[in-house]
Design a protein around this ligand. Sequence first.
Ligand SMILES: [Cu+2]
Length: 500
Amino acid sequence: MSGLSRRGFLAAAGAGAAAVGLTGCNSASTSAVSEPEQFDTPLPIPPLAESEMIDGIRTFWITAQPGRHEFRPGQSTSTWGFDGSYGGPTVRAAVGERVAVEVTNDLDEATSAHWHGMHLPPDMDGGPHQMIEPGDTWRAEWLIDQAPCTLWYHPHPHGATERHVYRGLTGLFYLDPAPGSAEEAVHEQLPHTYGVDDIPVVIGDKSFSDGGELVIDDGGNEVGLLGDVVTVNGVVGPLLPVRTERVRLRLLNASTARTYSLGLPGRTVTLVATDGGLVREPVALEQVRLSPGERAEVVVQLEPGEEVMLHSFEPDLGNVVVPFAVGANDAFDVLRIVAGSELAPSEDVPGELTSFGLDAASATVRREFRLSDREINGAEMDMARIDETVEVGTTEIWTVINDDLSPHNFHVHDVQFEVLSVGGSPPPPELRGHKDTVYLEPGRAVELIMRFEDYADPQWPYMYHCHLLRHEDEGLMGQFVVVNPGEAADPSMIAGHGHH
Ligand SMILES: [Cu+2]
């Protein structure tokens, strides 16, 4: 599988132009997303996953299974979900806890469960080397040892991740602050009651056939599927009733290709956390750009009786060659938020949230990653090849460059990184927090600093890849191992996993 060439992309872009002309739209814009007529479906809140403490380990059980799901009332669609027909329960554990998740596969094909953004041993990561065959159960166990944050879990089967995520295998994984920690005090000042003023917002775009089934074959669009229907927590046209002065929205872009730029027209939202946890201080933003896999936590303030619409503005994707073909011209409403006539008081958002920061001078290794078509540094993903070897205990700076004229992004497993620069300039405020996924504008380099603290293992690799899932599936991925000083990578365990 070689993926589409840029020439193919231009041809596909032409076809996309015709499609935009045909679909028409609901306003004067050129948006290819069709908005629902009404936003009156109550926003479903994913259930919290149940757990039991077994020998001091907080243990969860989750099953990937097929089902039928109603994105719209009365229209049933064949889907996949964790513990249900679509999506998954929200898993919650506290920093400092030891957790185990036993994942059973009731699908009729192999899948995996990857803990996106989690710092954990590589053989617990749930990547393409930890496949779960149909009927099998895989147990992952690790210590929660990172800042509190909003993570998520999804399959990572090489060559099939786009389809597995698109069909609905997606859940949130909240890491709560350790009891008594400074961060717990901050979290308690922020809205923090699950489903009441702490709201999961999992956004995914879909495309449906006339028969109401999910369509993923879009005729070869360069970035992958851009659905013309946007869902939140699995429903079209969602409504969130609010009973408090402030709500915290935990935004996850669970789309396979589409980038959103979320905000409330005419006002700002307050960014309090990015992928890997709290930002240093709250930031007022008109729009929060989220490429696939990225998260943000924002606090929204409301007056009694007020109604606001979470909107996705035309995203600034940088200097892309054919903007409409990559979703850059799409703008649409996402979630209607209606405040009750009486609102319970909420505390002010603290002026300072947390502190952190890696010192660039402490980095001892630099690496460069050039993404072009479906190759990183000139090579497609090979399941049997270890591309990079990192010594445990080192701080590294990775320069990542999008050499194409269309969007990519970059996700690194195991670590949360900080963005040092974008296109040679300091990052904007929304990119100054802990991140595990970052958008890559065409032709621009981002510099990322990260520290590899633990889990030396020469045999089992972690992944880095584009999180536009079709790109990942088609080869835009590489593998690194973390080893003890002086140790060499040992590809013997993955040799049998073969060339994709
Ligand atoms: Cu990409």
